[in-house]
Structures are given as structure tokens and as C-alpha cells.
Design a protein around this ligand. Structure first.
Ligand SMILES: Cc1ncc(COP(=O)(O)O)c(C=O)c1O
Length: 382
């Protein structure tokens, strides 16, 4: 069978931002208007996201990592506290926990979703558990409602890492709009919704929103506008420099206006992949309910992953590995515990190129190349 890459070939990169053209204009206009730092455009972005989600507030910050960090601090998580978290996540999740002074307690994932489940959380609770931090891997919502009462009784907070999950739904409700949950988004370059760089936290209460705004701005509670008119300011508490810039917010405002179209492209691409991968011998698709999920990536488990990965890379196909598990990383190994499912999955998982500029033809080509690479490694291959 001959295999020619589509022209143009959009699957050379694993992921990339999807821009509409108006982002550059919006940034230029912000610069021309003297809006660079944290100001009205950021508020506009915050209000637009809050309106989209149907919540009363969203606090924009400089990155998804910063969102997790300030959310943990605002929830009162700190030294001596344990945070239940999957090892299967980007290292940023774990760094945020460690930066708060707490420590991670790694738990297993369901290999079919790459997400944690309520029963694993329950089994891992200890007297020092202060937070549960589910990672909404690939955009999949994690439903912990069945153990919500137990968590509340023990004063354990749920802080979602929804870096991948903007636009997804859990039981019909948009991620970020679940009551009682602190949700953290990343608006990084390749995320479902991008600001170029950025993040956001959906607070549970107005007081928590105030705490987050103070934490992101060096503990100074007066707004820039208020400060400009006085000779001093007050540092009310500890804070980070984690504000979002107006330039990033300008990109985010445009991206949000186009979000539904981008979400539809991601879903279409997912369906194009899934229809082929569900019958691809040797590759096990990490599936998703695409009706309620805006997929962030497309992951398969394959044996002999490193060989298959290299062969696809040699063909110019942008496969990736998201992510090597964290509990075996040198920085986090003092919290190591055996996680056989995560470890096996970590040896087998491979992300196929996935971004909204890709076409069905690109997905077809990637799947054919994958099937061919898998056949080469099979004992029946000639
Ligand atoms: C699961 C997860 N959590 C957190 C982050 C951190 O987000 P950011 O890169 O915006 O700091 C990422 C970024 O890729 C991520 O994938």
C-alpha cells in the first residue's frame, strides 16, 4: 500500500495554537492603547470567561501552574498537608503542590481514562489529607460527587487541574461551574483556549476570589487604579507575581469569541481518529465521550512504544509522550509508592498529533503510518 502524506501536512507537530487572525490585531490595539500590564483587558477576559461558564467570577493569572499554586494557597493548603493526585500528569501539577509547602500522595489512574476515580481517592485518605487534586486528563471530567459528603465532612477541598478541560462537561455542567470545586485552567499556547500564556481559577466564594487576587499580586489588595492615586500601598499578606498581562488577555478575548468553532474542530478530529483507531490492531485508544468532552489530545497505548515512536518521528509525524509519570522523577521520588498501572501505562502511552488545523486526511495518514509501524513489530510480520 502506498502512503503519501497530505499536502499541506499538518501533523508534523504534536500540538500548536490555533489562531484566527484577529489575535495579532487585538494585541497591537492593546499596545497602542498603552495596555500592557494587568488592567481592564484582564478584567474583560475574566468576565467573558465567567459568563461563558455561567459562574460569578474567574481570576486570571499568569499560567496554569500559577493557577494551581494560588488555588492551593487560597484553600489553606500548606506544610504538613497531603494532596491526593495522580502521578499521570504534567510535572507542573506536582510542582504547584510542593510550592505550596504540602506534599503529593500519588494514586492510581484508570488506564482507560488516565484519570483518578472516587474509590481510589477514598482508599487513599489519611488524617493529613487536606486536598484532592484530580487532573482532567485530555479534557475528561472527573466526577467525585459520590464522595463529596465524605470529603466535606473531613474538610478536604477539591482543586481540579482542568488545564486540558476548558469547554468539557461533567453531568451536563461545564467544568468550572461545579459547585464547591476550585477549578484551575491553563490558557497556555496549545490549550483548548489559549491566551498565548496564562491561567485562571474559578473560586468557590467571593472571599476566595479576593484571596486569589491578593495572592496573584504580591499580597497588595489595592487595584493599580487605586494605587496610582496614592503615595503608598499596603501589602496585606504573602503573594506571588502571578498576574496576567493585558496582551495575553487580548488574545484570550478573541479566542473565547471563536471557542465553539475550535471545540467543534477538536471533536471532529477526535472522531476521525477514533473511527480508525478503534479497529487498529496493537493500538488501544484512550477513549472519551466526545459529546461531553472537548478533547485536548489523542492518546493510544502501544507495546514497544519507543520503537513505534521513533519510526513515526522518522516519518515526520509529531508524536509525543504526555506524560512520563511523576512519582519516579528524581524531584518527587521521596513521595514514591508503587503504582503498577501508572508505570505500565507510562511505558505504553503515546500522543498522536492533535490540533484544530489538522484535517481528517492528516489523521488518516497518521493512523496508516501507525498501523504499519505496529505491523512491523508483530511476530507475524514478514
Ligand atoms: C495537566 C497540566 N497541568 C498543569 C499545566 C500547567 O499549565 P501552564 O503550562 O499554563 O503553567 C499543564 C500544562 O501543560 C498541564 O498539562
Amino acid at each position: 500500500m502506498t502512503m503519501a502524506a497530505p499536502d499541506p501536512f499538518e501533523a508534523a507537530e504534536n500540538a500548536r495554537p490555533f489562531l484566527h487572525g484577529q489575535e495579532a490585531t487585538a494585541m497591537t490595539e492593546a499596545l497602542q492603547a498603552g495596555q500592557y500590564g494587568h488592567n481592564l483587558l484582564v478584567e474583560q477576559f475574566e468576565q467573558s470567561v465567567a459568563a461563558y461558564l455561567g459562574v460569578s467570577d474567574m481570576v486570571a493569572v499568569s499560567s496554569g501552574t500559577a493557577a494551581l499554586h494560588v488555588a492551593l494557597l487560597a484553600a489553606g493548603v500548606g506544610p504538613g498537608d497531603e494532596v491526593i493526585v495522580p502521578s499521570q500528569t504534567y510535572c507542573a501539577t506536582i510542582h504547584a503542590i510542593v510550592a505550596s509547602g504540602a506534599h503529593p500522595r500519588f494514586i492510581e489512574i484508570n488506564p482507560k481514562t488516565l484519570c483518578i476515580e472516587a474509590h481510589e481517592v477514598l482508599a487513599a485518605l489519611t488524617p493529613t489529607t487536606r486536598a484532592v487534586l484530580p487532573v482532567l486528563y485530555g479534557g475528561r471530567a472527573v466526577d467525585l460527587s459520590s464522595i463529596r459528603n465524605e470529603l466535606t465532612e473531613r474538610r478536604i477541598v477539591v482543586i481540579e487541574d482542568a488545564a486540558h478541560a476548558f469547554g468539557s462537561r461533567c453531568a451536563g455542567i461545564l467544568v468550572g461551574a461545579q459547585p464547591g470545586v476550585l477549578t484551575c485552567f491553563s490558557f497556555g499556547p496549545i490549550k483548548n483556549l489559549t491566551c498565548g500564556q496564562g491561567g485562571g481559577v474559578v473560586p468557590r466564594t467571593a472571599a476566595e476570589a479576593d484571596a486569589l487576587r491578593s495572592l496573584r499580586a504580591l499580597g497588595i489588595t489595592q487595584s493599580q487604579h487605586q494605587r496610582a492615586a496614592t503615595t503608598s500601598y499596603t501589602v496585606e499578606g504573602f503573594g506571588l507575581r502571578a498576574t496576567m498581562s493585558a496582551l495575553n488577555a487580548a488574545v484570550g478575548v478573541v479566542q473565547l469569541q471563536q471557542f465553539e468553532a475550535v471545540a467543534a474542530k477538536r471533536k471532529d478530529l477526535w472522531r476521525a481518529y477514533a473511527s480508525r483507531l478503534r479497529t487498529c490492531a496493537g493500538a488501544s485508544l484512550v477513549d472519551v465521550d466526545v459529546d461531553r468532552t472537548v478533547p485536548f489530545n489523542c492518546v493510544v497505548h502501544v507495546d514497544d512504544r519507543d520503537r513505534v515512536f521513533t519510526e513515526l518521528r522518522e516519518l515526520g509525524i509529531g508524536v509525543g509522550v504526555h506524560y512520563p509519570p511523576n512519582h519516579t522523577q528524581p524531584a518527587f521520588e521521596r513521595w514514591y509508592r508503587p503504582l503498577p498501572i501508572t508505570e505500565q501505562s507510562g511505558q505504553q502511552l503515546m500522543s498522536l498529533p492533535f490540533h484544530p488545523a489538522m484535517t481528517e486526511e492528516d489523521a488518516r495518514y497518521v493512523c496508516l503510518a501507525l498501523a504499519r509501524a505496529l505491523r512491523k513489530g508483530s511476530p507475524c510480520a514478514s
